[in-house]
Design a protein around this ligand. Structure first.
Ligand code: NAI
Length: 814
């Protein structure tokens, strides 16, 4: 049989290698050694480390390990460039981004080959997915640069951004970071991952060639220490990180209290759900993309297969058959499905986790297919018979390993899918549109793909819930994380007198200083409890789960006002917070009640408060000593704020994106979940309601710590809550020492977000203590936020912070 007849007979693939020479020539043109790209120039190479080809272990180039001094130099260059770059018109900035996109397209083959050599990913992916998406990202953001002023009025760039990226999609992650930062008007220092810096260096050269002003993009190579130097540099305004959850948490802790903006895109353990009515062949092909794309080194990899029990056997048989046809080998071979993992350390890590999974009861299947004898190659793997507690079902493996479990009912599928600390992505397959659209909103993930998987587009935000991080990349939300209100950038420390102090008619005689820096009377705990035995108990109760609650400690604290003691409130402790969080979690159904209903309840709250405005004004006056007019004004403003957020409740909603794919992406605005709120000491009523109203308007449930010195307005307010049909558990009020209650809220894993008006020190403490479940925080950092300012706080400032966007990809069109 001649060769051609043989090929027809066997249908075996022959070798189809892409040439490596242009990439090797480019490396050689740089002498195989690179310094950093700072201020538009290459620095002399410093202490070197090697970048190797994981497919064969050969050294590709020597790179420089960035020192703190290198980082400082890059920050200075970026700072110097910022003013000029930010002052350019959107059109001018857009032209640069467009030029970058054009150059990436022009040199796409070089980029793709270099990426595959350096990272080990199949050329088919770098050529057809990574690099085209990079170009798309720069094109899309050229447009955002142009539209910034029109679409984001009043917002300005942060300034200098430090960006740290991982090795799984080296150039793509660079584009996700640099394109929005530049479009918004920031300048950047980017550190590529130590395993995969080469395409970032080629990108730097392109920036030089298109004449990008020097210092706008700086690339500093190096390992974790270089990343740390960026994170800790005092003159960086914002950090954006993609990588492991572990390092993400370290960065959260390191930036706490610094005032730096932060966005984190971290790990995942994303479910891939197959219902019994799915198109099984499509679901199998989807699965190949979900878990073996990029050797499974994908943050949103569909690594947890959940199959309905009725089709489990059939599906797994099909899957095993498909796995046996996958081709593992030379990344530069165009007919290869699975290339090399990025480095020996990752092969060892994956192998170790697989061993653990098997030792814990999993059954491993590996197809009998050829794998190159050397290099970082692994076969595709499937582990079934896995319990939800098995390490491989909970830990991100970041390799070509699929873990399988079955479920019986849709509810069980949702429960299993959400049984993870992560929340990056989820995939579901069903031919039943009702089922698919019922399940998608119930999945706790930033991206949900229906009957498809691993779809990305620059116009569609990408990012996680829970420990998968916060902030979005792509689309409008992605631009928003690189911008902030001009007024916020200009805020001064609160210092001096608060707005209430200024209005006070009589100085206080109090002794102690509260955590807010305001004067309060000593705490009740210091007193002999017997002292109050003969008094009528006037302790205002806390409010938990729709009921008045006595403090667990049994202690209370005195509330002093204009004319002496006004009453007592409970001294809340950890247990009270725990109860309140439990009640708030039980009330999370509030998030799925119709926005119209939430609006009605907010209007009703406003109306009922209005009826009692005199009484509330008098209470404000009695506590803080402001004039009668100021107290009445505070109540009137509170009523108005409730009206404002009633108005917003059914209007701050999502969008439908049209990515260049046969799908639409429905950007759903969802509440964070349980929100802890620590109100400012001033403005006893408005200070709390200004935060509470946007939170509940968006469907969050709340644990509120009212003003520490003046808590009685909010303990009165629960009577208004009760008469306004607010469901039990939606608003819970715990009184006491604001700082210690804030810490407990920050440390509680049942709290999804935390807003805290407090001093710089307490704000830093809260941010640091929130690391555990990476809750989203907003703190006032001792700055002069004036919540009475309707212009600033009556709109999307807090609405955006009360919500996160989930993008649901839905197949659509021909
Ligand atoms: P990593 O999180 O350590 O590395 C990501 C980037 O952070 C790299 O540029 C690295 O140099 C930098 N970095 C490391 N330590 C730092 C620090 N203390 N401060 C600032 N920057 C720092 O990820 P690694 O070690 O390469 O991979 C370990 C595991 O992390 C993987 O097996 C995988 O499970 C997970 N991972 C997840 C990614 C995702 O996108 N979800 C991406 C990369 C890794």
């Amino acid at each position: 049989m001649n060769e051609i007849a043989k090929i027809f007979e066997t249908l075996e693939y022959g070798p189809a290698p892409e040439g490596a020479q242009p990439a090797l020539d480019w490396l050689a043109a740089h002498g195989g050694r690179f310094g950093h790209f700072i201020d538009g120039k290459w620095t002399a190479p410093g202490e070197a480390f090697a970048s190797t080809n994981p497919a064969n272990g050969k050294v590709l180039a020597e790179l420089s390990g960035g020192t703190a001094a290198d980082v400082d130099k890059a920050v200075k260059a970026a700072r110097a460039a910022f003013k000029g770059w930010a002052a350019l018109s959107g059109f001018e900035r857009g032209k640069y981004l467009y030029a970058i996109a054009r150059e990436v397209q022009k040199h796409s083959r070089l980029f793709a080959v270099l990426e595959s050599l350096d990272n080990g990913k199949p050329i088919r992916e770098s050529r057809d997915v990574d690099i085209p998406l990079v170009a798309r990202h720069f094109y899309h953001h050229a447009g955002w640069a142009q539209l910034r002023d029109r679409e984001f009025p009043g917002l300005v760039p942060y300034g200098v951004c430090g960006q740290i990226i991982p090795w799984n999609f080296p150039l793509l992650m660079l584009s996700w970071k640099i394109a929005p930062a530049l479009a918004a008007g920031n300048t950047v220092i980017l550190k590529p991952a130590e395993f995969t810096s080469l395409t970032a260096l080629l990108f730097a050269e392109i920036c030089g060639r298109i004449g990008l002003p020097k210092g706008v993009v700086n690339i500093v190579t190096g390992e974790g220490e270089t990343g740390e130097a960026i994170v800790n540099h005092p003159d960086i305004d914002k950090i954006a990180f993609t990588g492991s959850t572990e390092v993400g948490k370290a960065i959260r802790a390191a930036t706490a209290g610094s005032g730096k903006g932060l966005s984190l895109e971290l790990g995942g353990k994303s479910p891939y759900i197959v219902f019994e009515d799915a198109d099984l062949d499509s679901a199998i092909e989807g699965l190949v993309d979900a878990i073996w794309f990029n050797q499974g080194q994908v943050c949103c990899a569909g690594s947890r297969l959940l199959v309905q029990e009725s089709i489990e056997e059939r599906f797994l048989a099909k899957l095993k058959k498909r796995m046996a046809t996958l081709r593992v080998g030379d990344p530069l071979d165009k007919a290869v499905d699975i290339g090399a993992l990025v480095a020996p350390v990752q092969v060892a890590r994956v192998t170790e986790l697989v061993k653990k999974g098997v030792a814990e009861g999993g059954t491993l299947y590996e197809p009998d297919i050829d794998v190159p004898g050397s290099g970082c190659f692994l076969r595709p793997m499937l582990i079934s018979d896995v319990s939800p507690a098995n390490t491989v079902a909970t830990e991100e493996i970041f390799g070509p390993v699929l873990v399988e479990m079955s479920f019986r009912t849709p509810d069980e599928a949702v429960a299993l899918a959400n049984n993870t600390r992560y929340g990056l992505a989820a995939t579901l397959w069903s031919e039943n549109i009702n089922l698919a659209l019922d399940i998608a909103p119930r999945l706790k993930a930033g991206v949900v793909w229906i009957n498809g998987t691993n779809q990305f587009d620059a116009a569609v935000g990408f990012g996680g819930y829970r420990e998968s991080g916060f902030g979005r990349e792509g689309g409008r939300e992605g631009m928003a994380v690189y911008l902030k209100p001009a007024w916020e950038k200009a805020l001064k420390p609160a210092g001096g007198q608060s707005p209430v102090d200024k209005l006070r008619t009589k100085p206080k005689t109090a002794a102690a200083t509260s955590s807010h820096g305001e004067s309060v009377e000593p705490r009740g705990r210091a007193r002999n409890p017997l002292d109050t035995a003969d008094r009528l108990d006037q302790t205002a109760k806390m409010y938990i789960g729709g009921k008045q609650a006595r403090p667990d400690s049994g202690y209370s604290r005195l509330v002093h006002g204009r004319d002496g003691v006004l009453g007592e409130v409970g001294e809340g402790n950890r247990k009270d917070i725990r109860n309140a969080v439990e009640a708030a979690r039980a009330a999370l159904g509030w998030g799925t009640t119709a926005a119209h209903n939430r609006a009605q309840i907010l209007y009703f709250l406003a109306e009922n408060l209005e009826y009692r405005r005199k009484e509330f004004a008098e209470r404000i006056r009695a506590q803080s000593g402001v004039t009668a007019a100021a107290a009445e004004n505070e109540v009137a403003q509170t009523v108005e704020r409730l009206f404002a957020f009633a108005a917003w409740a059914d209007k701050y909603d999502g969008a439908v994106h049209n990515p260049p794919a046969r799908a639409i992406a429905a950007a759903m605005v969802e509440p964070l979940g349980v929100l802890g709120i620590v109100a400012p000491p001033e403005l006893p009523l408005l200070g709390s309601v200004a935060l509470l109203a946007p939170a509940i308007a968006m469907g969050n449930t709340v644990v509120l710590i009212p003003s520490e010195p003046h808590p009685l307005s909010m303990t009165d307010f629960y009577q208004v809550l009760e008469t306004s049909d607010v469901p039990s558990g939606v608003v819970n009020i715990v009184t006491g020492d604001a700082a210690s209650l804030a810490r407990t809220l920050a440390e509680h894993d049942g709290v999804d977000g935390l807003w805290c008006c407090a001093t710089a020190e307490i704000s830093a403490m809260v941010e640091k203590a929130s690391v555990g479940n990476l809750k989203q925080t907003w703190t006032s950092r001792g700055l002069a936020f004036d919540l009475a300012d309707t212009e600033r706080f009556g709109g999307d400032y807090f609405l955006a912070k009360a919500t996160q966007v989930k993008n649901v990809w839905i197949p659509y069109g021909a």
